[in-house]
Design a protein around this ligand. Sequence first.
Ligand SMILES: Cc1cc2nc3c(=O)[nH]c(=O)nc-3n(C[C@H](O)[C@H](O)[C@H](O)COP(=O)(O)O)c2cc1C
Length: 317
Amino acid sequence: MAGLGQIAPFILTYWQHFLALLLGYVLAEVFRSRSSNKPRKIEAISTDKTGIVREADIQCEPPSASTASEKQPTIKTSDAATEEEHPSPEEDAFDLESGKHIPYSIERYGEDEMKKRSQEFYLEMNKRRSVRYFSNEPVPLEVIENIVRTAGTSPSGAHTEPWTYVVVADPEMKAQIRDLIEDEERVNYEKRMGQKWVDDLKPIGTTWKKPYMTTVPYLIIVFKQVYGLTDSGHRKTHYYHEISTSISVGMLLLAIHHAGLVTLTSTPMNAGPRLRVLLERPANEKVVLLLPVGYPAENALVPDFKRKPLDEVMVLK
Ligand SMILES: Cc1cc2nc3c(=O)[nH]c(=O)nc-3n(C[C@H](O)[C@H](O)[C@H](O)COP(=O)(O)O)c2cc1C
């Protein structure tokens, strides 16, 4: 009691400081417990300077019955999965609070059905060929619109959708494009490409002449948007615009084939800037490919190519 008697005047003098210390401690505890409830980024996942997740082998188990905002998906990396079979939601790599998320599900097939569907799709796609002889038979615009819609379902870096598909149906415009391309292709074949390249193309039979460009009902000129523009006119970064557009074109090719039409994936070498001006496209767009689309000519021929067998294109580890 004597001790208390000694410190009592001290407490009475400095009680405000003690109160401030106590309040500070309580606030710090509240803050710490709140932040430990927040989902943390898993360490095995790194992001590059664009903020894009780099880890390749992330497996996500989507939320089951509940919505994404109610329950966080669990996440496994190859390392984390061996350490802990069921990682807690605390180790979630996704911040679902930063954007609107909606539940997602797709049709689920039995294994036999899956094998059948994948085999049938492969057999259908294996019939796709690049065709250089076209019919002038008209094709409904609606079919082309659906094909381009399909290309637009492609994934893209940070969902920037950095592609523009210019569909040319006007005969006069097609003639202008053909003139322009043949103009450049003549110089390409005669001067720019070199003998080795020209020789490599001999089995395919291509020359600088492109008569199909004025035969086909449609020419589709694919532009990649090197950058985007915000409503206020500022530049918006288009991550991976080249590969995003290429994937989108892959989907376009499958859609063209699936509709019973043919095309030729062609690269209008050195004609890009002139094509952009002719088609009145803005400076942020660059020509990637030119695709004539229509029915094949009745007497169409294609090179007798074989595709590499699976064991040459797939490595199973
Ligand atoms: C990126 C790329 C560029 C191509 N450029 C041309 C081209 O300029 N002219 C052409 O006749 N074919 C071009 N092709 C078509 C290829 O020659 C053709 O895809 C290849 O010979 C395989 O034949 P397939 O498409 O019938 O399977 C190109 C294909 C790709 C993927």
